[in-house]
Design a protein around this ligand. Structure first.
Ligand code: SAM
Length: 333
């Protein structure tokens, strides 16, 4: 083994060790479950992963063939590294670069997550109902494609069902072209009746929107996937107010799904102490530990959940990363 490879392996081992230590530390402090759950690469309740990747290949054909794509990807990478999220998504070149490079792997993971969570699967397959979902920070459309993959597979398996799905997406960056493009592809490629699936994109700061604008009282599901941490970093007080709005206005029985990176990346500093973001979220949504006094209850959760891409089964000319995250599925009491 060359010295360079040995050094790289040592660095990787050290990094993995520090992630483990970080988790042990957190579980000691907060009594968190220490588990490495996983969700399947593919599910019978969702479109086949290669079909999901195929949707992106069709939708982004010209982007994927563009000689400028790599340059735009590098530019987004630089902004994300500096945690300058507004700069990362400030024009269509960068947004399409992100959506072709990172959204496909996330859409695969989210389709598996939605298919694995039985209450959400039941909601999407309810034969008579029409379901309404709000995806906060979902402009890059991973949630849209993930939801579409489960909904359309159920529709294909049970074509007589009358269900339909409406997805509202709110994002502070203008992802309207990406959302319109992928919604069109889902409707035309995966559905016999295009009217059964719809989306609406709102180019807004979620922290300035009220309950009526968000139609909170009529939502069956709100998703905050890899977005809550960003909101807390932007404006902590307003983020707590937004979560409190969900407490007050969401309907009984409705669901809320929150996911963020597992590990110290999702810590929030208050004063000179660091807290895992899920600790703060739980305080607002379910109340102080042991009191059960909040507006929501947790119906399913994982402190560390893996989605691993089976590279041998997929063809895409960009990297498709594995994902590791914590999640909570809450239901309104
Ligand atoms: C890390 S990305 C996550 C994207 C997507 N949810 C996923 O998991 O693939 C966070 C998203 O939240 C959006 N965002 C950040 N602050 C926001 C705000 N105040 N209101 C609405 N969207 C916001 C960003 O523009 C970005 O699209």
């Amino acid at each position: 083994m060359s010295r360079r490879i040995a050094r790289r392996n040592l660095k990787k081992e050290k990094l993995e060790e520090s992630v483990e230590e970080d988790e042990v530390e957190r579980s000691v402090q907060f009594g968190a479950e220490l588990k490495n759950d996983s969700i399947p690469f593919k599910s019978k309740y969702s479109q086949d992963p290669q079909k999901i990747i195929g949707l992106f290949e069709d939708a982004f054909k010209y982007i994927l063939e563009s000689p400028d794509l790599e340059q735009h990807i590098q530019s987004v990478k630089g902004d994300l590294f500096n945690r300058d999220y507004l700069a990362a998504f400030n024009n269509d070149d960068k947004r399409f670069a992100y959506a072709s490079r990172w959204t496909p792997a996330r859409a695969l993971a989210y389709s598996s997550l939605f298919a694995s969570l039985e209450p959400l699967r039941c909601m999407l397959s309810d034969s008579e109902a029409s379901s309404k979902v709000l995806c906060v920070g979902g402009g890059a459309a991973s949630e849209l494609v993930g939801l579409g993959a489960v909904f359309c597979k159920l529709k294909q398996d049970y074509p007589a069902t009358a269900s339909n799905l409406h997805v509202d997406i709110v994002d502070i960056a203008d992802w309207s072209t990406v959302v319109t493009n992928l919604t069109h592809n889902i409707k035309t490629k995966w559905l016999y009746d295009e009217n059964k699936f719809n989306s609406k994109f709102m180019y807004r700061d979620i922290l300035t929107m009220n309950a009526t604008e968000l139609d909170l009282a009529n939502l069956d599901l709100v998703t905050l996937l890899f977005t809550t941490n960003e909101l807390f970093c932007e404006k902590r007080t307003e983020t707590i107010k937004f979560l409190q709005n969900l407490n007050t206005h969401c309907k009984k029985g409705g669901y809320l799904l929150i996911a963020e990176s597992a590990g110290s990346y999702s810590n929030i500093t208050i004063g000179n102490k660091k807290f895992p973001v899920q600790f703060l979220i739980d305080m607002v949504l379910i109340g102080k530990p042991g009191t059960d006094s909040g507006a929501w209850k947790i119906v399913q959760q994982s402190e560390s959940c893996w989605y691993r891409v089976n590279q041998r089964e997929l063809k895409y000319n960009m990297k498709l990363e594995n994902m590791r995250f914590f999640f909570r599925l809450y239901q309104k009491k």
